[in-house]
Structure formats: C-alpha cells, structure tokens
Design a protein around this ligand. Structure first.
Ligand code: B1M
Length: 220
C-alpha cells in the first residue's frame, strides 16, 4: 500500500467533518485493497489523530472538532477495524499471560489503549482493562486482586505522567515491584520517560506493546 499519504489526508478531512460514512468507507476500501486492519490503524488513523492534535495545538481547530474526530474514529474502529483485527487471529487459543491495562488518573484518552488491549487479546493474552482515569492505588490493588502478570499503563497528557511513577513507587513500597513487570505507552511517553517513571519498558505502538509484553514474560 503506497498511497497512505493521500488516504490519510482524506481520512483526516472525513473525521474532522464527522463524516462517518466516508471514514468507514475509506477503511473498508483499504482493507479490500489488501491493507491489514493494523496497517490501516497505524498508517491512517493514528497519524490523522496526530495531525488533528497539531491543529488543535495551533488553534486551527477547537475542542468540539477534536471530539467529533475522536467519535468518528471510534465508529470506524467499531465497524471495521476491531472486527477485522479479531477475525485475523480467530481460532488461536493460547494463553500467554494476564495484562492489566489502564489509562492513568486524570487522563481520559483511550483510543490507543483500546487498540493495545485488542491486539494483546488476539495475540493470546488475557486483558483486564480498568478503563481511563484510574488512580495509582486502584491499579496496584487490582493487579494484586487479579494476579496479573504485567501492569500496562497509557498516558497522553504530560501532566498525568507522574501517576505512572506513583504506581511503581507503590509497588516498591509494598515490596512487590519485582512481581509485576511494568510497560507504559501513549503519546506523552517515550523510552526515556519509561526509565524515569521506573517502568521496565515502553511500547511505541500497539504492535510493539504486544512484542514487549511477550519479551517481559520471556515468550519471544
Ligand atoms: Co486530547 N490531547 N485532550 N483529546 N488528544 C492530546 C493528547 C494533545 C497532545 C493534543 C495537542 O494539544 N496536541 C493534548 C495533550 C497535550 C499534553 O499533555 N502535552 C490534548 C489535550 C490538551 C486534551 C484536553 C486537555 C483538551 C481540553 O479539554 N482542552 C482534553 C483532556 C481530557 C482528559 O483526558 N482529561 C482532551 C480531550 C480529548 C478528546 C476527548 C476530545 C479526545 C480523546 C477521545 C478518546 O480517547 N476517547 C482527544 C484526542 C482524540 C486527542 C488527540 C488528537 C489524539 C489522541 C489519540 O487517540 N491518538 C491527541 C493528539 C496526539 O496524540 N498527538 C490529543 C491516536 C492513538 C492511537 O495514539 O494513544 O498514543 P496513542 O496510542 C498509540 C501508541 O502511543 C501506543 O499504541 C497506540 C497505537 O499505536 N500506546 C501504547 C498507547 N498506549 C499504550 C500502552 C502500551 C503500549 C503502547 O502498553 C501498556
């Protein structure tokens, strides 16, 4: 698929206008032309949302347009991407481990986290998704309750990054830090931030998140 640039421009305009029909049709056509759902997500949906973020930052668009774009993307994911991702791996029934996922306290962004959760599931992980705006103490308590193998956190707001460190500090304080490998991701993070927060590793994309989870459990 070589024409991602023009597709992405078209997709950005469709989601900004809240044109669900056009956005869904573009995703369907791309899949029919041979793109995988993950390729469409990473080459079209994700960069379009980044583009919209930049326009928001430069005041070329405002919050209602960002909300419309996010809602339209959710419709595309629901109708086209999620079922296609699920179908692409149907039939596999291994269990690689249990991953807790949460967007940290104060942060309501979940499009990326949800894709990570879906990709983990179709790749054989059990996922306990706590949703968004989850306080550090709840993350630690649920990890213990659910006996998960990995704690995964997502953050898109830089102001919410310290909550990731709080989780690692809580684990240290309870002397259970070694029990839980921690992976972080989301647009506010990068590998150096992971180190600063005391996490074990960083996922730059949903696919990388899956690979890193396998690596953390020695399954690669
Ligand atoms: Co918001 N927003 N937003 N927003 N929003 C950003 C994040 C922002 C960068 C836009 C900008 O100004 N450029 C900015 C943050 C600035 C900062 O902190 N430095 C921002 C802001 C300011 C805000 C509000 C404060 C706006 C306001 O109210 N004035 C507000 C905050 C609300 C809150 O959280 N408390 C807000 C609200 C919203 C909407 C509700 C409108 C909507 C979110 C809807 C939703 O998520 N359900 C929204 C959106 C859509 C965005 C942008 C445009 C797109 C985010 C997104 O979905 N990206 C965003 C711009 C940007 O990111 N550059 C922006 C696509 C997604 C696939 O990427 O989540 O990074 P991402 O996930 C990737 C990887 O990072 C990785 O895999 C995913 C797939 O490849 N990954 C992991 C993610 N988590 C992982 C975990 C892992 C491993 C990999 O392991 C556990």
């Amino acid at each position: 698929m070589s024409n991602w640039e023009s597709k992405q421009t078209e997709f950005t305009e469709s989601i900004l206008a809240g044109n669900e029909q056009a956005a869904v049709a573009l995703a369907r056509t791309s899949l029919e032309e041979g793109a995988t759902p993950v390729e469409f997500f990473e080459n079209c949906i994700s960069p379009s949302l980044q583009d919209i973020g930049k326009r928001f930052e430069t005041l070329d668009i405002f919050l209602p347009e960002m909300v419309t774009a996010a809602d339209t993307v959710e419709k595309v994911n629901e109708d086209v991407i999620n079922p296609a991702v699920a179908e692409s791996q149907a039939g596999e029934s291994m269990s690689l481990g249990k991953v807790l996922l949460a967007t940290v306290q104060g942060d309501l962004h979940d499009i990326g986290k949800n894709m990570v959760g879906l990709m983990l599931k179709v790749n054989g992980f059990e996922v306990v998704d706590l949703g968004t705006n989850v306080p550090p103490a709840d993350i630690v308590a649920r990890a213990e309750q659910e006996q998960v193998d990995i704690i995964g956190m997502s953050a898109l707001l830089t102001t919410c990054l310290p909550y990731m460190k709080d989780v690692c500090d809580f684990l240290e304080g309870k002397n259970i830090r070694d029990k839980y490998p921690v992976i972080i991701g989301g647009a506010a993070t990068h590998p150096e931030i992971a180190e600063e927060m005391g996490a074990n590793t960083h996922g730059g994309s949903a696919a990388e998140g899956v690979e890193k989870c396998k690596m953390l459990l020695g399954k690669l």
